[in-house]
Design a protein around this ligand. Structure first.
Ligand SMILES: Cc1cc2nc3c(=O)[nH]c(=O)nc-3n(C[C@H](O)[C@H](O)[C@H](O)COP(=O)(O)OP(=O)(O)OC[C@H]3O[C@@H](n4cnc5c(N)ncnc54)[C@H](O)[C@@H]3O)c2cc1C
Length: 503
């Protein structure tokens, strides 16, 4: 750790600057080093880990790492079962998390996750300038950028912001300022024998309710729309099964109420009543319901701390104020500004069957960061990638193997794809993992993209996209219950699809 205490990257000019030492910043910096791209990595914090140094509040993640899996630990296919380790550029530092977990749960505790991120930094020797807060941004006359920080001024032609989406946000309903935010949750003993009103039916609201079940006298969880479960949405966007216990408590009449209602106001209780009155209006029949509560908590979400980037011209959208991004996570409005980590959700991809990517969580964002590093290396630093040549006879097996074992396709369904390009003069080249939205929209020479998709029924199946003379066609392959596509049926289906382009 000596390198860390010497504070690398003093203020000055750098080809590229990455801001943030959560999983997003660490992953993109590690991958940029893999490409040999000189850059500075700055973070406001004193240690690596980002949001996981504080949250989840009840100290247990919702993303799993399975110590025992059908494939060998520490291999690339094992990443499919280990959602929480960052991906190093050398094999010896793979699967950091599994060695740090105590075996009581396959969801790591928050301290285990923090230890995993710290271990990634110390084992890979990733230099980070800690205690350096970015405070303002300017555009220089030559088009480059200047970052003002608590340590002085930095300049660079390319910026990557991995500043997370963890700044508390609450709506503006009357009295909402009386509610504590998720970020201000008290130690759990505070809630003993109290009536808790939680606003918001996303993971953070259910996480708090789960943690308070042994303590609270009564819990009401309310927001206008019904809760969506991750098992229904087939993504992390719904409530994870890990947090479903309050829902079961509600259904079995244990004292938790889950209510579809708009919050019309929060008032202070008077005359010996409970400290708060929450006035709600039921979504189904517009009936007013008033609840007395000892604590009101707004689990209403988080925004990205973009500081003055919107004033610089970075367009944002939605409640989380995510920057609008290209498929390669570049600001849609200010070229040269890129985003990594959970903020990459602003590049939504195709959302096939309405199902979003996993870019908001580590297991999705870590692959985005690696693809982003490759894209920055190519597009801004003249890096010439190795594009291995593939013999026509090997295409079928390569794709079946990738569809069965490739972690990028598994975690980022209909979002990242394995791409092969076909040039009549140059033959077939392996272009690696690239964003599917880019493949579909960008045009270009004939090519094949292989991805996995899901349709909301629980099936996960391969889809092959062919680009022929500029037109893209889509070819699904039937789902296999064990998700193994090295079968005769898949081989036959894929061969028929490839014949359309390889002939
Ligand atoms: C309550 C909650 C629970 C979650 N649980 C999980 C989970 O179990 N599993 C999972 O995969 N994901 C989870 N997530 C999503 C999670 O946020 C991401 O997976 C992960 O933390 C994102 O990493 P990141 O690097 O993008 O951002 P963060 O971890 O938020 O890191 C942001 C970094 O940017 C730095 N920074 C911010 N502003 C500045 C500035 N002005 N100057 C310098 N540095 C700055 C911060 O110091 C920090 O180092 C959860 C999110 C929330 C809100």
């Amino acid at each position: 750790m000596a390198e860390l205490t010497e504070r690398p990257f003093p203020p000055g000019d750098y080809p590229l600057i990455v801001v943030g030492s959560g999983p997003g910043g660490l992953q993109v910096s590690s991958a940029l080093r893999g490409y040999g791209i000189e850059h500075a990595l700055l973070s406001a914090e004193e240690q690596p880990g980002g949001m996981f140094r504080r949250w989840p509040f009840f100290q247990r993640l919702l993303s799993w790492t399975k110590p025992y899996a059908p494939v060998a630990r520490g291999t690339r296919p094992y990443e499919r079962y280990d959602w929480n380790s960052l991906i190093p550029e050398t094999d010896e530092h793979r699967a950091v998390m599994v060695g740090l977990m105590d075996g009581t749960s396959y969801f790591p505790s928050r301290p285990e996750m923090q230890a995993g991120l710290e271990a990634f930094v110390s084992r890979t020797g990733l230099p980070v300038r800690f205690g350096c807060r970015w405070t303002a941004t300017r555009r220089l006359d030559d088009g480059r950028f200047a970052l003002e920080t608590s340590d002085g001024e930095y300049t660079a032609g390319t910026l990557v912001f991995a500043v997370g989406v963890a700044e508390p946000w609450r709506p503006t309903s009357p009295g909402m300022e009386l509610a504590a935010h998720y970020a201000d949750t008290q130690p759990v003993e505070h809630y003993a024998d109290r009536r808790i009103f939680i606003i918001g039916k996303q993971n953070s609201g259910f996480e708090l309710a789960s943690g308070m079940l042994p303590w609270a006298r009564r819990i009401v969880i309310a927001s206008p729309s019904p809760a969506k479960l991750s098992v229904n949405t087939h993504s992390l966007v719904g409530i994870r099964a890990r947090y479903v216990q309050p829902y079961e408590d509600h259904v079995l009449g244990g004292g938790v109420a889950i209510l579809d209602a708009a919050i019309e106001g929060i008032e202070r209780g008077t005359g010996g009543a409970a400290p708060f009155r929450v006035i709600t209006r039921r979504s189904t029949d517009s009936v007013e319901m008033v609840f007395e509560a000892d604590d009101v908590i707004a689990a209403t979400g988080f925004v990205a701390p973009l500081l003055d980037l919107p004033a610089l011209g970075v367009t944002t959208f939605g409640q989380s104020r995510l920057p609008a991004q290209t498929p390669f996570w570049e600001s849609a409005t200010i070229p040269g500004i890129f985003f990594a980590g959970t903020i990459g959700q602003g590049s939504a991809g195709l959302k096939k069957n309405g199902i979003p990517s996993n870019s908001g969580a580590v297991q999705g964002a870590r692959y985005n960061a690696r693809v982003l590093a490759g894209h920055i290396a190519r597009s801004r630093f003249g890096y010439v990638p190795d594009r291995p040549s593939v013999a026509p006879a090997d295409v079928l097996e390569l794709l079946l193997e990738e569809l069965t074992l490739g972690p990028e396709l598994w975690h980022q369904r209909a979002y990242l794809a394995r791409v092969l390009s076909l040039d009549p003069g140059d033959g077939i080249r392996d272009e690696g993992i690239l964003p599917l939205a880019w493949f579909v929209d960008a045009g270009g020479p004939d090519a094949i993209a292989a991805t996995l998709e899901t349709d909301g029924t629980g099936a996960v199946y391969p889809v092959i996209y062919l680009r022929r003379s500029g037109a893209v066609s889509e070819h699904p392959i039937e789902a296999h219950p064990l998700l193994d596509y090295r079968t005769e049926a898949a081989r036959r289906d894929l061969a028929a699809i490839l014949a359309l382009i390889l002939a």
